[in-house]
Design a protein around this ligand. Structure first.
Ligand code: SAM
Length: 205
């Protein structure tokens, strides 16, 4: 059952984060130690902004975040630029270029989720489409050695997606953070040490 005022929602409010989702990114980062000072990141599905808030603190004043979401962002951060746009139809390359970002980023993080319909198969396939687009963006904009974090709703084609992207990373892990609601079918795919498009060929043989 959805509990808007659960432990993590209250904690997020007390700690001035825009959403309880922050504790999912925090758990991933505590385990894999990915976010570091000076990094340039892309935060896909950034609204209302808790991941960007967390990342902003970790990368500091020398780092930069571009956040993209369908929804307008209501917060401002000193080292972040927010774009209101659709990842499925917009041009991330153009947005990055126009905002003066490097084309090779340290991390692409995606907490994107479709508006759920309640029809399991529809929600799963929309989540998968967002993950495929997030991965496509990552292949274009991650530097070698960079990382990819992506939320996905578990479903029939998820294993195929996961195994399809595995060769592009030195290490691929899955995590369901403790703050994820028990009834939720979402989990996170974490790709570390991006090998580049051509690098993946060597791994798959
Ligand atoms: C769970 S929320 C993200 C929460 C955010 N990480 C935070 O910490 O505040 C999922 C977001 O994905 C966004 N989203 C869904 N489809 C999208 C698309 N095609 N392009 C951009 N954003 C999208 C939604 O608008 C929604 O704000």
């Amino acid at each position: 059952m959805y509990k808007p005022n659960d432990f993590y929602a209250r904690k997020a409010k007390q700690e001035n984060f825009a959403a309880r989702s922050v504790y999912k990114l925090e758990a991933i980062d505590q385990k894999f130690k990915l976010l570091k000072s000076g990094q340039e990141l892309l935060d896909l599905g950034c609204s209302p902004g808790s991941w960007s808030q967390y990342a902003s603190q970790k990368i500091g004043s020398k780092g930069k975040i571009m956040g993209i979401d369908l929804t307008e962002m209501k917060i401002a951060l000193p080292n972040a630029i927010f774009i209101q746009g659709d990842i499925l139809t917009g041009s991330v390359s153009k947005w990055l270029l126009e905002a003066g970002f490097q084309t090779q980023l340290d991390g692409v993080i995606s907490d994107m989720a479709p508006n759920t319909t309640g029809v399991k198969i529809t929600d799963q396939s929309r989540s998968l489409a967002l993950c495929e687009m997030a991965f496509s963006v990552a292949t274009q904009h991650l530097r070698k050695g960079g990382y990819f974090i992506c939320k996905i709703f578990d479903g029939p084609d998820v294993q195929q997606f996961r195994e399809g992207i595995r060769p592009y990373f030195g290490k691929l892990s899955l995590l369901k953070p403790e703050s994820t609601r028990k009834e939720s079918k979402e989990f996170f795919i974490i790709g570390i040490d991006f090998q580049g498009i051509e690098g993946s060929k060597g791994l798959t043989g």
